[in-house]
Design a binder for this molecule. Structure first.
Ligand SMILES: Nc1ncnc2c1ncn2[C@@H]1O[C@H](COP(=O)(O)OP(=O)(O)O)[C@@H](O)[C@H]1O
Ligand SMILES: [Mg+2]
Length: 246
């Protein structure tokens, strides 16, 4: 079937019509804290009264349900699929469908699964929808760029040389593709942070501040009450205010 016969890309635009901003949390590297940042930022936004959605699109290792302490219940279906409402957040995750099984998808299958999820999920009216992206700028990221209208990216990085190397490449590609960028957030600061601010300057995007390495995070995973008390959350309250105000 040719692309032009597939109705789903049009449906995706409809499904996102009530969403104010769609922000993909990316950063090219795995393990840089995209999921922790996306899930905790969603919590900070919900806590300040914003209508927020969180969509975990990491087919290989979805994590937002772990950070927020959510069961992988199958979503309710009614003219589409309803995200779970948890702690004030509308949450959808590939983990709700896959259960404990790994999802070994090849390129074209990933595209189809992504299209399906975007086409069936009823987000309703939201101020901000955060997309927790898989590592790298591979199939899923490129598909999201093509399919999701008004997409912006928030990049997570730090000053470690291996991170700088890959975030630099990601920024160059996103600049070339003309994807709007909210800015660059430092997580688990490495060194004095100057490498990250310099990179933000080089690409003329906002530097969104620095979230410290927080030894209390591990114990707080899965409990929003504990998450609200740690430095990661406090650092993201400022960012949530900035995003909600723009
Ligand atoms: N600010 C932080 N302080 C302490 N640990 C962190 C912080 N951010 C992330 N982590 C930890 O780093 C690991 C990777 O985070 P994760 O959000 O899964 O990264 P990604 O989604 O980019 O692969 C996890 O074990 C997470 O708990
Ligand atoms: Mg992740």
């Amino acid at each position: 079937m040719g692309d032009s016969l597939d109705p789903r890309p049009v449906v995706v635009t409809d499904r996102l019509a009530g969403v104010g901003r769609v922000i993909g949390v990316t950063g090219s590297k795995g393990g840089i804290g995209k999921s922790v940042i996306a899930a905790t930022l969603a919590l900070a936004l919900a806590d300040r009264g914003n209508k927020v959605g969180l969509f975990d699109l990491d087919f290989t290792s979805p994590s937002d349900h772990v950070v927020l302490g959510v069961d992988r219940r199958f979503p309710t279906e009614e003219f589409g699929v309803e995200p779970h409402r948890v702690h004030g957040i509308e949450l959808m995750s590939v983990a709700f469908f896959a259960g404990d099984a790994a999802v070994p998808l090849r390129g074209a299958e990933t595209t189809s699964a992504l299209l399906e999820l975007l086409a069936i999920t009823n987000w309703g009216d939201l101020d901000i929808l955060l997309l927790d992206m898989p590592p790298g700028l591979g199939d899923t990221s490129l598909d999201v760029i093509n399919l999701v209208p008004r997409l912006e990216f928030l990049l997570v990085g730090n000053g470690s040389r291996v991170v700088i190397e890959s975030v630099h490449k990601a920024l160059a590609l996103l600049t070339e593709l003309e994807v709007p960028m909210v800015g660059l957030l430092e997580n688990m600061q490495w060194g004095d942070g100057s490498a990250v601010t310099t990179m933000a300057q080089e690409f003329a995007i906002p530097y969104l501040g620095s979230i410290p390495f927080d030894p209390g995070l591990e114990d707080a995973l899965g409990s929003v009450h504990k998450l609200r008390k740690i430095a990661v959350y406090r650092g993201l309250v400022t960012l949530s205010e900035l995003l909600a105000a723009e």
